[in-house]
Design a protein around this ligand. Structure first.
Ligand SMILES: [Fe+2]
Ligand SMILES: [Fe+2]
Length: 273
């Protein structure tokens, strides 16, 4: 039986997230004997908003195969051309059809094609998107003919919505992982049909932040309801979370899912955008 092992990391937030990612990814890849890497990059620009072509280049240099995203994907306008021309960055598939880029992609790993779908939830989220469940169903009608090995990033606020996607497609995809809350959950498991699941992968960035951003302006905003400037927190220690998923390449079913959490209080941070 041939197996592939994939590292899947939660939202990399700003300069701090990129710094700990760059410091630890090679070691993690060896430690987990990973064949491929997928990360959520919707907050990976230095400012924590959006993603740029320069950050995509950095991810590629570090061996990342595919970058997924979410509601923050459009915050850096220079990514629009990039996403229209490349297949290594995906945006939620349930955005309107005319939106640049694609919500699904494939890449080759150990000579085997692997599919990735990115979909966004609708509960407690602002964008007016089409039904995430039906969007994944329709993506699978195409993708399932190409490969049984399929990873889904459900970028959503509500646990129920992420879990709903996982149960609906259990046994038909290799893994359903949640992103967007930036808080890693401890519910990773293989579902009855053989799909690996975790409600949220978490994030990479400053540990004593609020989802990667400085806490003081956020608390002030809660207290006063007045506009506040949110900024990436670069204070140490930094942390990075995600999972390692192993898949049987014949069946596409997951054989294991393991939670990862790295904490480091001595990371050099390049605070340039
Ligand atoms: Fe995020
Ligand atoms: Fe998000």
């Amino acid at each position: 039986m041939t197996r592939i092992r994939v590292l899947f990391l939660g939202d990399i937030v700003g300069a701090a997230g990129l710094a700990i990612f760059q410091k630890h990814i090679k070691r993690l890849r060896e430690q987990y004997r990973a064949d491929a890497i997928i990360v959520n990059g919707e907050n990976s620009a230095g400012s924590g908003r959006g993603i740029t072509p320069a950050v995509m280049r950095l991810f590629k240099e570090q061996g990342v195969n595919v970058v997924t995203s979410g509601n923050h994907i459009w915050q850096k306008p220079e990514i629009i051309n990039y996403i229209a021309q490349h297949t290594d960055l995906v945006r939620p598939i349930n955005f309107p059809a005319a939106t640049p880029g694609s919500g699904m992609t494939t890449f080759i790993c150990k000579g085997i094609e692997i599919g990735v779908i990115n979909v966004q939830g609708r509960v407690f989220m602002r964008e007016l998107l089409s039904c995430p469940f039906r969007a994944v169903e329709s993506a699978l009608t195409y993708l399932q003919h190409k490969t049984p090995i399929i990873f889904i990033d459900v970028h959503a606020e509500a646990t129920s919505e992420k879990m709903g996607v996982a149960y609906m497609f259990d046994g038909r995809v290799s893994a359903v992982v949640g992103t967007h809350t930036h808080v890693q959950t401890a519910d990773e498991r293989i579902m009855p049909g053989g799909t690996a699941y975790i409600t949220d992968l978490g994030m990479a960035g400053s540990l004593n932040s609020m989802i990667g951003m400085k806490k003081e302006p956020i608390i002030q905003n809660f207290l006063t309801q007045m506009p506040a400037r949110f900024a990436v927190d670069t204070s140490l220690p930094l942390f990075m979370t995600g999972v390692c998923i192993e898949v049987d390449t014949q069946t596409g079913k997951a054989t294991s899912i393991e939670r990862i959490r790295v904490v480091d209080d001595a990371v050099q941070i390049d605070t340039q955008e």
